[in-house]
Design a protein around this ligand. Sequence first.
Ligand code: MSP
Length: 529
Amino acid sequence: MSKGTFYITTPIYYPSDKLHIGHTYSTVAADAMARYKRMQGFDVMFLTGTDEHGQKIEEKAKAAGVSPQQYVDKIVAGIQDLWKLMNISYDRFIRTTDDYHMLSIQRIFKTMYQKGDIYKGAYKGLYCTPCESFWTESQLKDGKCPDCGREVNYAEEEAYFFRMSKYADRLRTLLRGGEFLQPPSRVNEMINNFIDCEGGLQDLCVSRTTFTWGVPVDFDPGHVVYVWLDALFNYTTALGFMNDTYDDYDKYWPADVHFMAKEIVRFHSIYWPAFLISLEMPLPKRIFGHGWLNIDGAKMSKSVGNVVDPVILASRYGVDALRYFLLREFPFGSDGNFSNELLITRINTDLANDLGNLVSRTVAMVLKYFGGTLPENQTAAAIDGTSAIDGELVGMVNALRGMYETQMEKYAFQNALTEIFRVTSRANKYIDETAPWVLAKDGANLPRLAAVMYNLLETIRVCAVLLKPFMPITSQKIFEQIGAHEAVQSWDSAAAFGELPRNATVTKGDAIFPRIDMAKELEILAGEL
Ligand code: MSP
């Protein structure tokens, strides 16, 4: 039985260059959320894609000596390969060069024009091409783009404008009230800098005439639609809004959450709701602006030349290790400094030592003491959950799903993972406390030994279920090793301790996360990245 729908999106990325771990971060976060909601029984729509129009792409293609379409086709294929490698379970991939999307954008633009929300005028001002963003003189920082710090160009051209100013009050109320923009720390910045700033909220230029790589305005062909209007509506055209290619708009809109990093919160929390209000459409329930992955305090970006390639990291350490690191190391709403040392330390401490050891020790002991299969009657007889040590472990496992859920619902991935790893640490300590190797010396202790093993396997199982959204391949490996069949891999089965059959059979497998030699790896990475 479906619990309802859940619609989640990533930004659609510019295929101007290949993507780095900053983009991977947003996409992995959305994937973890999508997998978590699917596991809970929601009917999930997870959308990602590429934002292919605009001046920046046109210039890049020209420099490469190919057509813009050829240029983006190649990069988009690479992006799709990256998402396949990273195990991204998107349901739909939209390209803004898809015919259905372009047709929808023309219809949307015309509808706004006919309603009087778009009018013709002339633009005189500044433009940041890398950000595809309009600025006024007073908004610049030291004469440069306040978002990316790069040069802006003067632009003067005939243009269509969207009556953004008309929506200032509605937007202020939207941002101030409730939960629309998360984390809440971003609200004041938006209101102060863009709505209640000097001169107030300005009408927005929504067409360009000095280049051609975009969606043509059908009733005025010299104009192409401003790339941000073209891009933002992807979240609805991909569901079939204003086109017949898909028929999911009524089912999934409004989105439950749009994920993005903080630099494009402005477009999503001001432009996007204003466009939607203009068309009398429901607004997304939430937009979440997460922090940046920085390198030495500076945002990772191609133009700065400090990018880290996810393909190299995933191929050296595994996709799951990288996915885990990204969501465990940094609080989702804040910036974080990426370094290879941090990555390797996190893999060694949490994944190799803590989780990996717990699984391999437990499986090895069940093999050694019971030939791989727990003796059902002894196990069942000895689990009373009343001894203090057992009680504490079982209590933690019983409480885990609820605590995890509370954190996941707040997109607090770091905290959700911390809850799981508190339990794996406790289980490792439980091995030391119960000293199975001592119990094994006396045949009279076999029922107790079986109970200890069962408690460990069951703890591992519940952790592996809750790790599925983050490390799907690893969870599967763990299930195979501890003999947890499909029925006990589900969300429901993680609600409480005791679902694993009492006569579980384990299978020896490879170490799920081999330890990494830090010094050696740092040297190799310095050469590769
Ligand atoms: N095309 C627009 C988005 C349109 S959405 C309707 C765009 N594209 S982008 O390729 O520049 O991607 C920006 C997004 O990539 C960020 O908002 C974030 O989700 C992700 N990131 C890119 N660099 C990042 C970091 N260094 N750190 C964290 N996220 C990063 O903007």
